[in-house]
Design a protein around this ligand. Structure first.
Ligand SMILES: [Cu+2]
Length: 323
């Protein structure tokens, strides 16, 4: 697989679900782990997972060709700490040790193959919890984002209600409920902006009203789907002494316009200056003219070949309407 291809944002690839393993005291979140962002194109990173326990985090990922292992991590996306292993492999596992408790870490994985081709993952986060912290802790937190929505799932370790606070910063600002008390939760957040990083945290309340609030987590929405295919407006026009029919041609901004023009009597010309079009119209012959209606407006067209007494009044208007 070619990395340049997978990085192209207009590719309508659904956000790849990232398997997140959280055996104990941890939250993990991935942002676009299947979208490496490197210029080289020989290595492909996939299936980035994290499991956190106490002050250690085990980070695993795969590469499509044997490559080395590097994890840059830290409490900000400037990272500052790293763990490396030079052995070339396709299944990578690195353990980060001596982490601070109750802290959110950011990390990125990098793999370089023997020819020097390098792939980097997106940024991911995970959080460690306080020592001995207990509560109805969610696990298996997964965020699967599209361009305007995300589905966040998690499991509570006991029957609990849940809510998600979310927003574009850690001030959150929006709340979504997961419904009645249960173990497996799934919440869909809609009306999101494309290509935007959102922050969220999960609040879980068990039947004893014990409340547990997760650390800040993030997800990133996908790029918006590509524009639909261009519309085509096909219009037949008749030229005769001394008119065009129709004299008003209506199309929509962005349309590809295909005019088929036929003169039914003498030689005329079809001139649409704004589009640099000027074609003679010989009697009985169809002339096909194609152009793109780039900009809305009213554009006059005229007969450009003297065809007799009424020639000067032989004209019309192309109306390009806004979308
Ligand atoms: Cu004319």
């Amino acid at each position: 697989m070619n990395i340049k291809r997978t990085c192209r944002r207009q590719l309508l690839k659904p956000f790849a679900a990232i398997g997140l393993i959280l055996p104990l005291l941890a939250f993990v979140n991935g942002c676009g782990g299947d979208n490496p962002t490197t210029a080289e194109e020989t290595v492909q990173i996939s299936d980035v997972t994290v499991s956190v326990e106490g002050d250690q985090a085990s980070i695993q990922w795969k590469t499509d060709v044997p490559a080395d292992s590097l994890v840059d991590y830290g409490v900000t996306t400037n990272y500052g700490q790293s763990a490396t292993e030079s052995a070339l492999k396709t299944e990578h596992a690195m353990t980060l040790t001596a982490l601070q408790l109750q802290t959110t870490y950011s990390f990125q994985v990098t793999s370089t193959d023997e020819s020097g081709g390098e792939a980097k993952s997106s940024n991911f986060t995970f959080a460690t919890l306080a020592a001995g912290e207990k509560g109805p802790q969610p696990s298996k937190v997964e965020a699967v984002a599209k361009d305007d929505s995300v589905t966040i799932t998690w499991k509570a370790n006991e029957t609990a209600t849940g809510e998600i606070e979310y927003g574009e910063s850690t001030a959150y600002g929006s709340v979504a409920q997961s419904g009645k008390a249960r173990i497996a939760h799934s919440v869909q957040l809609t009306g999101l902006k494309p290509e935007t990083t959102y922050h969220y945290r999960i609040k879980v309340t068990d039947l004893d009203r014990e409340v547990f609030t997760s650390s800040d987590l993030t997800f990133q929405t996908e790029a918006k789907e590509a524009e639909p295919e261009e519309r085509i407006s096909r219009i037949n026009v008749t030229a005769r002494q001394w008119e065009f029919q129709p004299a008003e041609i209506q199309v929509t901004e962005g349309d590809k316009v295909i005019l088929t023009i036929r003169s039914v009597d003498v030689v005329h010309g079809f001139g649409l200056a704004a589009f640099r079009i000027d074609n003679p119209l010989n009697p009985g012959k169809e002339v096909v003219i194609e152009f793109k209606a780039e900009k809305k407006g009213r554009y006059p067209f005229i007969c450009t070949i003297n065809c007799g007494a009424g020639h000067a009044n032989m004209n019309g208007t192309l109306i390009v309407e806004g979308k």
